[in-house]
Design a protein around this ligand. Sequence first.
Ligand code: ADP
Ligand code: MG
Length: 498
Amino acid sequence: MSTYRIHGATSEWEVVIGLEVHAQVTSNAKLFSSASTAFGAEPNTQVSLIDAAMPGMLPVPNRECIRQAVRTGMAIDAQINRWSRFDRKNYFYADLPQGYQISQLYHPLVGEGSLMIEADEKAGIPEDKVIGIERIHVEQDAGKLMHDQHPTMSYVDLNRSGVALMEIVSRPDMTSPAEAGAYLRKLRAILRYVGSCDGNMEEGSMRADVNVSVRRPGEELGTRTETKNVNSVRFVMAAIEHEARRQVDVIEDGGSIVQETRLFDPGTGTTRSMRSKEDAHDYRYFPDPDLLPLELEEEFLDECRASLPELPDAKRRRYEQDLGLSPYNAAVLTAEVETARWFERLLGETAKAQDKQPADVAKQAANWLISDLFGALNKAGLELDNSPVTPEKGGELLALVGAGTISGSISKQVLETMIETGDNAAAIVDREGLKQESDTGAIEAKIDEVMAANPDKVAEYRGGKDKLFGFFVGQTMKAMQGKGNPQVVNELLKQKLG
Ligand code: ADP
Ligand code: MG
């Protein structure tokens, strides 16, 4: 149970949140036409006669869009409806040439499903929680009005008109901004694993309508408001925060919440009213007479199911159980599909380079990727997908550590040079003379120097001040420019100090 509460003047309040996420389907062509969906094209260069709603044009469903929505439904364990139907949602707006949007109100393609958000103590999510998903339906996107191109005119860009969207409607199961944030991130991760949406919120491929209500603990659900088209996880959380507080203030001042549509202003972090329920459109929904109902065949469903990749929850479980990774590492590595793919290639290369089983090098590879590589890339202002260090080169570096050729601390230095130069680890180690020294004679000689230079510390140590051992390790390593084999250094120091 989430403990998120708003402290009002008269009482404590709970927040209830339901999200409607619009996700643009990854496909080359639009939902009912063959026009391109590529992002960033010149306005009105990707508009077929169908998208421009020329009279007499007939829509033809794009199989790939349906397939992606079905695969998404399967990924959230949802019921897939073998019979569904498109409806017309009628309204007038300048970005909608047809005068209606083709959507699915009565018989959506995907029914009841769910996803799990993971416990995150710091964010105030004490345990894993399942969030219900009511439905996913498929619909057309509208065009885009451009008001800032000319002082007295508005333009319309129809490139987006007719692009396929999935509307993913959650149950009102979230009770804090943190839970809503976790839900969005998890949904985005699943969409990207499945490959049905690129999840790019800046480009508008994923945006959320945020439904919020408040109530005193134990009460019935309160009246909700809906804040439209919020386009980042941070903004969704800020919109909830602000909207919940505003509702509490209204109610505590003796007012009541009216069901309305609101807009979020990222500049101020506040929401403002757009239209109330009284002004709500009457959409006059009815089945689209130009389209037959969608009937899915068993074979099609089988193919959709067979094409699904291993999903984040399953992958995370496998990393913990089969590879022995810590829950934290498993969560970090599976949170983004790119990270998981990179890790799996690294694991293969690391095992190969050391002639071992993946499970035997998984911890080494995971720790290196999460602390060393992420840290070094971050320092260099780079990301995994433009990393000059490939999984193969990473595997070679780890093999040098595994074989004792270089120490773990030297490997960090080698990694930084790899990022700067793109060279192989072995070449850098040779060139810079970074091989680890394991020769006992050479190490003993340095230990003797260190002991001779610190007779007082030696006496203190021998007199019982055990803590000084670390001092001798440090001094010996320093004398060896960090290249001493730590294990050998430790053993020899123990012998010599007695
Ligand atoms: P409508 O049919 O008016 O669109 P829905 O029942 O489909 O309403 O709900 C739309 C969204 O609002 C869903 O995501 C749902 O979870 C959420 N929702 C419904 N009631 C509430 C409420 N009282 N508080 C917060 N969210 C709610
Ligand atoms: Mg709805």
